[in-house]
Design a protein around this ligand. Structure first.
Ligand SMILES: NC(=O)c1ccc[n+]([C@@H]2O[C@H](COP(=O)([O-])OP(=O)(O)OC[C@H]3O[C@@H](n4cnc5c(N)ncnc54)[C@H](O)[C@@H]3O)[C@@H](O)[C@H]2O)c1
Length: 253
């Protein structure tokens, strides 16, 4: 029986899926939360008794509470890793034909990345704050997912860069807000990771890999998971953002 539980959002795919796998294999009871409930359920099944899937939307409080209930029913919730989000179509501030950026697209991207993060962060932190602390005094740890586009947004990434920059800016403030409750908050800013989204795009992927100083390849989702696990277990890492990018700095295009 696991003595602590973890919640991973966006766990049906990509970075969240890799993180859920790693946290379950290191002995935690993991709740895999995703609006694609079937994808989360497939991964949870593979992980056996250490995992359960909860289908739901990070923007819907009742769905998030259901996931938190599933975690705390088994063991204290000590780790929350927020990977729900994404990068929808890109658009320039002013398009080539002179049209200003679509404000609805901008709002949708902020909702997809910032509001989902904000909503689960606040609800999960409240739940953790109500728990008894561990012997160290810590009640839990939260990992957010930004992107290096927060620092080097490329042409067409106005909305995405704004959403990922917001997550960078939330990190220290949330860590300060939650310090009294013994909850740490950190963020990972990945470069380009080799998720299933690259299947069938070998040529573009190889061109991109050649631009990564070292190692000259995309990041492995398990390398993201390993850093998330480190942030969860190292009690002195707090309020910080770590780039995970093989030293690449995105070019303008
Ligand atoms: N993959 C990369 O190269 C990369 C690089 C930098 C940053 N990121 C960021 O990492 C995060 C995860 O990326 P990924 O590549 O694993 O993406 P992904 O599309 O493979 O997985 C994201 C998951 O989040 C879920 N999701 C989205 N909105 C949700 C919501 N409102 N409620 C519940 N679930 C929701 C989706 O269903 C999906 O399963 C994203 O925020 C992305 O911007 C990814």
């Amino acid at each position: 029986m696991s003595d602590n539980s973890a919640l991973v959002t966006g766990a049906g795919s990509g970075l969240g899926q890799a993180t859920a796998r790693r946290l379950a294999r290191s002995g935690r009871y993991v709740v895999l939360f995703d609006r694609d409930g079937e994808a989360a359920a497939r991964t949870a099944k593979e992980l056996g008794d250490n995992a359960v899937a909860v289908g739901g939307d990070a923007l819907v409080d009742a769905d998030v509470e259901t996931a938190l209930d599933a975690a705390t029913a088994v063991a204290p919730l000590r780790a929350v890793v927020l990977c729900a989000g994404g990068a929808p179509r890109s658009e320039r501030t002013v398009t080539r034909d002179g049209t200003p950026h679509d404000p609805d697209l901008f709002r949708r991207v902020l909702q997809l990345n910032v509001e989902t993060t904000f909503n689960v962060l606040r609800l999960a932190a409240a739940r953790m704050a109500a728990q008894e602390p561990a012997l160290s005094g810590e009640r839990g740890s939260v990992v957010l997912t930004s992107s290096i586009a927060a620092y080097e947004g490329q042409v067409g990434q106005l909305a995405y860069a704004a959403s990922k920059g917001a997550i960078v800016s939330m990190t220290l403030t949330a860590a300060r807000d939650l310090a009294a409750a013994g909850i740490r908050v950190n963020t990972i800013a990945p470069g380009t990771m080799h998720t299933a989204a690259w299947d069938g795009y070998d040529d573009i992927r190889k061109a991109l890999e050649a631009k990564v100083p070292f190692p000259p390849r995309l990041g492995d989702p398990d390398e993201f998971a390993a850093l998330a696990e480190h942030m969860v277990t190292n009690g002195y890492v707090n309020g910080t953002v770590v780039r995970l990018d093989g030293a690449i700095r995105f070019e303008p295009k």
